[in-house]
Design a protein around this ligand. Structure first.
Ligand code: ATP
Ligand code: MG
Length: 575
């Protein structure tokens, strides 16, 4: 399927305008930043990206693209404890898969360690930073809390010379972890806790994946982030709402130093989805405790999981556009994501037939050795996909659910003595039901067919109640099909104070079907090929486990679109 690469593949609907777009527009109009727009996506490589990050990626890269600017990919690798190469590689792959290109602008906060250290010395020299020798516990205690103003450290008034000397010796490795820290000298009485002399540097005797043993002091996030933005010439530093209270510190640091520019931090609401979780820590728990089968489990909202499931990147981009950008935290209905997925797939996925729970049907009046090639469109709404042929022969498989021995009146499929149309082929009539002598289970149907009814759109004028899908037993390929359902049974699994989110894991979120039968045209399907199995939903060959000769499909979504239904009921369009 070409849709992965076809970046703004047709289904793109430009979402409603939002306040960040408006701010950038205004800035450009006012000639701010010399007419430049520069954003960045700054993940900490301590886990895999999820759908929430996709919102930030789409926003940062999207704004840059829209206004002819640039967007950097920057790894926020200030913490030597957590960075893992595995995460870094996955993050790069995910951003590229989503369809965004950082060109040659791949950076690491650790690239700036020298410069950050220089700046720290300047802060000491201007009396804006000091070495504190209180213990971690004491620092916490002195800081006070929301109701209690902070208390100044007895070390706060060290001379510049003493601070420079101590900081130099911290850097040289003379002290143990926790013996000293470098703090900003701001205001211990500030109502904003972040301004109560925040820590800028701490001692960590740990090699760093990129800088090795060069450092044993590491800069803190709040100090690093604003300076990295400034060093890179970022104009609009977009981040999530939890950083709103950090903005005064962001601005304070930049105001004290001779930085090349002063980026504007703008906060927006995180994206949360119903029936899933978007916390890296909780996702890690699910993976490590074996509730799912790895970070790319198709039930997870990780980008690796969504990709493996078969979700096209264009669907994620459209979804992110549609949820928009706001200042208010909100939990988006997962049905909206599913809707975006169906919309993208409906356009691009070729149609095929798969029988998930096969029931053998013998057409008794069809010659033993005859094969009829029936023709069917690859895409019913788009003739440019062309047609396909499917072999029809005396024995076919139909879906077990498409037969009922004792059906209610409204059942529009096959039943004893009733007729049904085999899609694109013949009308058949069920003459006999064969059961297993021991168990009584239905093992075979014996039917007759009407040879005059062949075709996709036969003009035979036959009034047949139902149309069902089928595959020829002699020609069908065997496949494994993995059906996924929502990972949690409640809309907000992490929002129950007294109950752990794991309590709400859906025990039926995965069903593996083996012995499924699919049409022979899919024999050579490479991994990550998407189809619509007619009447059943959208399916994708598994990225890792499927290969020609051993087909494994993941169900991406069913055909039932609850979002479209909700939108219709509310009398408004979903888009
Ligand atoms: P942590 O709690 O480990 O910091 P994080 O989810 O904030 O986790 P980061 O790697 O720091 O992870 O995030 C990278 C960027 O993605 C940040 O700018 C962050 O604001 C943004 N981001 C993270 N989660 C979401 C979300 N749910 N919705 C929108 N943006 C998000
Ligand atoms: Mg973060």
């Amino acid at each position: 399927m070409g849709s992965d690469n076809d970046k703004h593949g047709g289904t793109e609907a430009t979402g409603p305008s939002h306040f960040i777009r408006d701010i950038i527009r205004q800035d450009l109009r006012a000639g701010k930043n010399g007419g430049r727009v520069a954003t960045r996506f700054p993940p900490e490589p301590n886990g895999y990206l999820h759908i929430g990050h996709a919102k930030s990626i789409c926003l940062n890269f999207g704004m840059a693209e829209e206004f002819g600017g640039t967007c950097n990919l920057r790894f926020d690798d200030t913490n030597p404890d957590t960075e893992e190469v595995e995460y870094i590689e996955a993050i790069e792959a995910d951003v590229a898969w989503l369809g965004f290109d950082w060109g040659d602008r791949l950076y690491h906060a650790s690239d700036y360690f020298d410069q950050l250290h220089e700046y720290a010395i300047q802060l000491i020299e201007t009396g804006k930073a000091y070495v504190d020798s209180l213990s971690g516990e004491e620092i916490k205690h002195y800081r006070g809390d929301f109701y209690t103003p902070g208390k100044e450290s007895p070390y706060r008034n060290r001379t510049v010379e003493e601070n420079l000397d101590l900081f130099e010796r911290m850097r040289a490795g003379e002290f143990d972890e926790g013996e000293h820290v470098l703090r900003a000298r701001i205001d211990m009485q500030s109502p904003n806790m972040n301004m109560r002399d925040p820590i800028l540097y701490r001692i960590r005797k740990k090699p760093h994946p990129r800088t090795g043993d060069a450092w044993c002091i590491y800069p803190m996030y709040d100090y690093t982030h604003c300076l990295s933005d400034a060093i890179e010439g970022i104009t609009h530093s977009l981040c999530t709402l939890e950083f709103e209270d950090h903005r005064p510190l962001y601005d304070w640091v930049l105001d004290q130093l001779p930085v090349p520019c002063h980026p504007q931090q703008i906060e927006f609401a995180r994206l949360d989805l119903t029936y899933t979780i978007t916390s890296k820590r909780k996702l890690k728990q699910l993976v490590e405790e074996g509730h799912v089968k790895g970070w790319d489990d198709p039930r997870l909202p990780t980008l690796q999981g969504l990709r493996r499931r078969g979700v096209p990147p264009a669907a994620i981009r459209n979804f992110c556009d549609r949820v928009g950008v706001s200042k208010a935290d909100n939990r988006v209905d997962i049905a909206l994501l599913e809707h975006a997925v169906r919309e993208a797939l409906d356009k691009h996925a070729p149609r095929a037939t798969g029988v998930l729970r096969p029931l053998r049907v013998v057409i008794t009046d069809f010659p033993e050795d005859q094969v009829v090639q029936v023709e069917a469109p690859v895409h019913p709404k788009d003739p440019s996909f062309g047609t396909r042929t499917m072999p029809f022969s005396r024995v076919v498989y139909i879906e077990r659910d498409d037969f009922m021995e004792d059906p209610p009146r409204k059942f529009r499929r096959l039943a004893p003595g009733r007729e049904v149309r085999l899609r694109h082929a013949f009308v058949i009539k069920c003459e006999e039901v064969v059961k297993h002598a021991g168990t009584g289970e239905i093992v075979e149907l014996r039917c007759t067919h009407d040879p005059s009814t062949l075709g996709s759109n036969p003009a035979d004028g036959r009034k047949v109640k139902g149309v069902i899908h089928w595959v020829s037993a002699a020609h069908a390929l065997e496949a494994e099909v993995r059906l996924y359902d929502r990972l949690f049974t409640v809309p907000d699994p992490a929002g129950h104070k007294k109950t752990d989110f794991r309590t709400f894991i859906n025990p039926d979120s995965l069903e593996v079907l083996t012995g499924c039968k699919v049409e022979p045209g899919m024999a050579d399907a490479p991994p990550e090929t998407r189809y619509q199995f007619e009447r059943l939903g959208y399916f994708c060959t598994d990225r890792h486990d499927s290969r020609p000769g051993h087909l494994v499909f993941n169900r991406i979504v069913t055909l039932r679109d609850t979002w479209a239904k909700i939108a219709r009921q509310q009398g408004k369009q979903a888009r």
